[in-house]
Design a protein around this ligand. Structure first.
Ligand code: GLN
Length: 410
């Protein structure tokens, strides 16, 4: 089956092996019905930068589904698949799940083998499930997680089922609402829906209170420096020699590289390769790349400190609901800034989940995010499961938004 990352440069690429996560699903009897559209090389937040064309949001086809795993989220939201995989480097599972009214989970870094996943930024990338409910996400995750000798960063995890470990019991769980996540560009409707979700968890016995997550403002700049740096290195292999697009009639090797990459990559990918190459250059390394690594370490320490006092954090997934088609691309800086609530979990390697928690006045889904400490995947899923036992946002379907339809797929 073709694997293209929605890029012309891989237009004809048929891999010689299957990704470990997919193989595990197939081994358990899952039927893979297709691959989904996405932002080119997972770079984007709207699923509009694909060489195949845009993805639309099933709730309103004039709006984006989010990105970069927008095809996966749209497919689950529209009822075309009971679950899908996505990859999350800075929010690409959680943000499209939020925009499409489904549940998306980014596991602890290393929980799922990346063998067979084409790398964007290897130190941040993580595969995870998108499904209707947290319980369905747990069912998928328990099949795909665990140590794989072919991915040196994969973790030895305790065996045993995740789905059967869900209790829905959050009594006594300490949940922090970081004040820094409820200001700035956050739309009041989104803030209100996330606060209401906090109220639901409190009513089920969780101890919910305001807390502080300092350094949040450094997350987006650090993320884009590190992600682009790693991408510029990872994408160096696409050069027209071994696979994929090859420019014709080149007189020299250098011309082959230059023209293949000029013709094969789209504008967003080129921009990021240039930025990444720049921040890694000898003159800039200390002032950008090294600084970003330091910011990452500090942010991780800030999470460590906050998880001394809290079991979980509850935040919005994105400052707004799904923008109209074209709106995000017209203002790329704001689009990058809209990743503010999702990139911290990647920088710190933490498990984080997006769950539907309401609709805005135009009927577009709103998502709330739960973040846990490293290896706290079960606690995150369980809190979301508790929330979903109390609410039916995750059962709504774009065809019949006002009424609960169906149940969990499992
Ligand atoms: N929107 C972020 C970016 O463009 C995240 C993408 C992702 O998680 N793959 O880099």
């Amino acid at each position: 089956m073709l694997t293209t990352c929605s890029s012309k440069i891989l237009y004809n690429f048929v891999p010689t092996y299957t990704a470990e996560a997919v193989e595990n699903l197939e081994r358990a009897g899952a039927v893979v019905i297709g691959k989904t559209n996405m932002d080119e090389f997972a770079m984007g937040s709207t699923s509009e930068s694909s060489c195949y064309g845009i993805v639309r949001n099933p709730w309103d086809t004039e709006h984006v589904p989010g990105g970069s795993s927008g095809g996966s989220a749209a497919a689950v939201s529209a009822g075309e698949a009971i679950c899908a995989l996505g990859s999350d480097t800075g929010g690409s599972i959680r943000q499209p799940a939020s925009f499409c009214g489904v549940t998306g989970f980014k596991p602890t870094y290393g929980a799922v083998s990346r063998y067979g996943l084409i790398a964007y930024a290897s130190s941040l990338d993580q595969i995870g499930p998108i499904a209707r409910s947290a319980a369905d996400c747990a069912a998928v995750l328990e099949l795909i997680r665990g140590r794989d000798p072919r991915d040196a960063t994969s973790l030895e995890l305790p065996t045993g089922g995740l789905l059967c470990a869900l209790t829905g019991d959050v009594r006594g769980r300490r949940i922090g609402l970081p004040a820094e996540c409820f200001g700035g560009a956050l739309e009041p409707e989104v803030a209100a829906a996330v606060r209401a979700a906090a109220g639901v968890l409190r009513a089920r016995g969780a101890v919910v209170e305001k807390c502080s997550l300092p350094l949040l403002d450094y997350a987006v700049p650090a993320y884009y420096i590190l992600a682009c740096a790693e991408a510029s290195s990872n994408l160096a292999r696409f050069d027209g020699v071994k696979y994929g697009w090859r420019a014709e009639g080149c007189g020299s090797l250098e011309e082959l590289y230059r023209r293949t990459r000029t013709e094969g990559f789209g504008p967003e990918v080129k921009k990021r390769i240039l930025l990444g190459t720049f921040v890694l250059s000898a003159d800039c390394y200390d002032s950008y790349y090294k600084k970003a690594l330091q910011a990452r370490a500090r942010l991780k320490a800030a999470f460590d400190a906050v998880f001394q006092r809290y079991d979980l954090l509850l935040t919005p997934v994105a400052p707004t609901t799904a923008p109209r088609l074209g709106e995000g691309l017209a203002d790329p800086l704001s689009l990058y800034l809209s990743d503010i609530y999702t990139v911290p979990a990647n920088l710190a390697g933490l498990p984080a989940l997006s769950m539907p928690c309401g609709f805005d006045r135009s009927g577009l889904p709103i998502g709330a995010q739960l973040i846990g400490p490293a290896l706290g995947d079960l606690a995150v899923l369980d809190a979301a499961h508790a929330y979903q036992q109390e609410t039916d946002w995750h059962r709504r379907h774009p065809d019949t938004p006002a009424t609960a339809k169906g149940g969990d797929a499992l």
